[in-house]
Every structure is written in structure tokens, then in C-alpha cells.
Ligand binder design. Structure first.
Ligand code: NAD
Ligand code: 89Y
Length: 341
């Protein structure tokens, strides 16, 4: 059994701690948070007694087999570098880093220390997204030439995560990063990106609407659009909707986790709903199930000595799309991803 330690017992870590109880082959033996109330609440809720206010002290005393960083972005680089100094394999929440330079330094530190680094980029692990990828791989729709990955909602994310209202960057860095990662997962790496952004909600600092156009290396064109300013008859949070056109057919992942696959042989409608895990609650259950999936993937990779799908190296390409989107929207021009390499 791998012994893990977790840093950051806030809003989202509760999901990670529930999922760690279900994952086979690992358990969390120690927790760290510099907020004593959050630390004690998490320790009590999950029956973990080894509690630390200081991450360095925890790593030195516990020498865990891995550390799971569930803090917000400003602490990601120092904590990943701390893990590397202690030669502890590390999972880091998204957004991986505030800048591409920080991300590169974090990857280099882990490589130099010889430890595995995975970014907790979980949306591609959602059951409906895996189903779309499976349908593309089946060949039924032929060669993909166009796609759209869309997340539009008016869900109040600020009550649970108040810091999201405070940063100069909002939806692309926080949520669009997942949607861009899904576009990479489905259509391959992108070469050029054009973006337009807007702030509709006057009470927040950053942009809450983003529309992006991507050229992918294999010739696919995709549209990635996100909004937290879109009031709909039925609130879809946190569903990502996907459209894929291929030479022989189409895939439509619609609201309510309904996927329609159309090929030369006709159409098939599938229910690709996520499971409602015993500790999960709607509407978050789609995200919560993907947390359990990515954490199991981490354990399987660590035991087998394999690089995780969303390793630091892989996630640098998703982070580059985020940076490209802000540069493109700021300058009003298309950004070549090679210019960010
Ligand atoms: P939060 O502010 O609620 O919790 C962060 C906790 O980390 C706080 O309790 C804080 O005291 C602690 N902390 C910060 N720096 C620390 C340090 N150096 N040492 C010890 N403790 C420290 O934040 P949150 O909403 O839980 O978000 C955490 C991360 O999870 C963010 O990066 C966010 O983007 C991400 N997130 C991911 C998903 C997903 O689906 N992958 C969903 C929501 C949030
Ligand atoms: O922080 C975000 C995330 O990663 O998924 C949804 C979210 O909680 C709010 O946008």
C-alpha cells in the first residue's frame, strides 16, 4: 500500500480525500494545511491523525511515497519544488502554474530529482469525455475534420471558490484549461489559436466568457467556448458538451449525458452518464467520479513506473494554450504555439 500525504485541505480537497479512500493501492496517512481549522476538520472527517501546519516538516517526518498538492496556484511551484527536494513523487492540482516558466522549472526539478509529476487535470477522465474519445477511436465517424468543445453555464462558482472572483484572469485559467485539455485529448496538439474574451459579470475582476478557435496539427479545426455568464432553461453545470464531425459521420454529446453517434450505418443514442459514487452529490458527481479515476491512474502509473497521461510534460502543452488564449485576446491576433515553446 502506497502511503500518500496531502497538502491543502480546502474546498476541492474534500473530493480528493473521499476518492483516496476508494482508490486501490494507496491511502492518505498525513495532512497539511496552514489553516488550523481546515486541517482539523479534514483530519476528523477522514480519520487522519498525522496533521501538519508546515509542508516541509510533514515531508521530512513522514517520508511519504507521494504527495498530493491541492492548494491554489500561487503555492504550486514552491510546493512541487519542495517535493522534488525531498525526492517525493508529486501530484499538483490545475492550473499547474501561473506562468510557463514556472511550469518548466517545476518539470525540470522533478526530472532532476527522478520523481514522477502528474497534474490533476481530471476533466478528460470524465465518463462522457472518455466515451467521445472511444467513439472517435472506433472509426465509425471516419476521419475527424472539425470539433467543438463547449462549457456554458451561470452556476455560482464564487460561493465555494471566492478567489475566482478576485484574479485578473478567470475563466480560461480556471475552467477553460480543462476544456482546452479536452480539445487536445480528442483532436491532438494545436499549432495556432485565436481567442476573444469578455467580462459580463460586473462583480468579478477577470473574464467570464471566452471563445477560441484552434488549428490542430493533424488538420482538425476546433472551437472551444466557455462562459459563466450563460443563463439557460436547464442549468448544465458542470457538463462539457462536444460536437465532432468526421468524413463518415458525427458525434454529439448533448446535455443530460446523451451521446448520439451517427455513421454510414445510422444513428445510435447512448447514455454516457457518470456514476454517482456513494460520497458524491449532484451536479458535481461528474467531476467527482473523474477525481477517483485520475487518482487511480496515478497509483497504477507510479507502481508500474509509467508516465501518467497528464504528466507535467503533457500539461505544459495545455498551459501553453491558456497562455496563447490570453495573448491572442489581448493583442487581437492569432498566436502560433511555436512562439511559446
Ligand atoms: P481553497 O482555497 O479552498 O483551499 C486551498 C487550501 O490550501 C487552503 O485551506 C489553504 O489554507 C491551503 N494552503 C495554501 N497554501 C498552502 C501551503 N503552502 N501549505 C499548506 N496549506 C496551504 O482552494 P480550492 O478551491 O480547494 O482549490 C484548490 C485547487 O483545486 C485550485 O488550484 C483549483 O483550481 C483546483 N480545483 C480543481 C478542480 C478540478 O476539477 N480539478 C475543481 C475545483 C478546484
Ligand atoms: O475550479 C474549477 C474547476 O476546476 O472545475 C470547476 C471549477 O470548480 C469552477 O470553475
Amino acid at each position: 500500500m502506497l502511503r500518500g500525504a496531502l497538502i491543502g485541505c480546502g474546498f476541492f480537497a474534500v473530493n480528493q480525500l473521499h476518492a483516496w479512500r476508494d482508490v486501490e493501492g494507496a491511502e492518505i496517512v498525513a495532512l497539511c494545511d496552514r489553516d488550523p481549522t481546515r486541517l482539523e476538520t479534514a483530519g476528523r472527517s477522514f480519520g487522519i491523525t498525522r496533521l501538519y501546519a508546515d509542508a516541509e516538516e510533514m515531508l521530512a517526518r513522514e517520508a511519504p511515497d507521494f504527495v498530493d498538492i491541492a492548494t491554489t496556484v500561487p503555492s504550486h511551484r514552491p510546493l512541487v519544488e519542495l517535493a522534488a527536494r525531498h525526492r517525493v513523487p508529486v501530484i499538483c492540482q490545475k492550473p499547474f502554474a501561473a506562468t510557463l516558466d514556472d511550469a518548466r522549472a517545476m518539470i525540470a526539478a522533478c526530472e532532476a530529482a527522478g520523481v514522477s509529476l502528474m497534474v490533476h487535470e481530471n476533466f478528460r477522465w470524465q465518463t462522457p469525455i472518455q466515451a467521445v474519445r472511444g467513439a472517435i477511436a472506433s472509426g465509425r465517424i471516419g476521419e475527424v475534420f472539425w470539433g467543438r468543445v463547449s462549457f456554458r453555464s451561470a452556476y455560482d462558482v464564487f460561493s465555494g471558490q471566492p478567489y475566482l472572483a478576485e484574479g485578473s484572469r478567470f475563466i480560461i485559467e480556471d475552467l477553460g484549461i480543462h476544456i482546452l485539455d479536452i480539445a487536445r485529448f480528442l483532436f491532438g496538439d494545436a499549432t495556432r489559436l485565436t481567442a476573444r474574451t469578455r467580462r459580463v459579470n460586473p462583480t468579478i475582476r477577470g473574464e467570464d466568457v471566452a471563445t477560441m478557435l484552434l488549428d490542430h496539427a493533424d488538420g482538425v479545426t476546433s472551437v472551444v467556448d466557455c462562459s459563466y455568464a450563460t443563463r439557460l432553461a436547464a442549468e448544465p453545470f458542470p457538463e462539457t458538451l462536444v460536437e465532432v464531425d468526421g468524413s463518415a459521420g458525427t458525434i454529439r454529446l448533448g446535455q443530460g449525458y446523451r451521446m448520439v453517434v451517427t455513421g454510414r450505418d445510422g444513428s445510435e443514442t447512448l447514455d454516457v452518464s457518470p456514476r454517482l459514487l456513494p460520497w458524491a452529490a449532484q451536479p458535481w458527481h461528474n467531476i467527482q467520479e473523474s477525481v477517483a479515476a485520475i487518482q487511480q491512474h496515478w497509483v497504477d502509473c507510479l507502481r508500474a513506473g509509467r508516465e501518467p497521461a497528464t504528466s507535467g510534460r503533457d500539461n505544459l502543452k495545455t498551459l501553453a494554450l491558456v497562455e496563447a488564449a490570453y495573448r491572442s485576446a489581448g493583442a487581437g491576433r492569432t498566436v502560433d504555439l511555436a512562439d511559446l515553446a
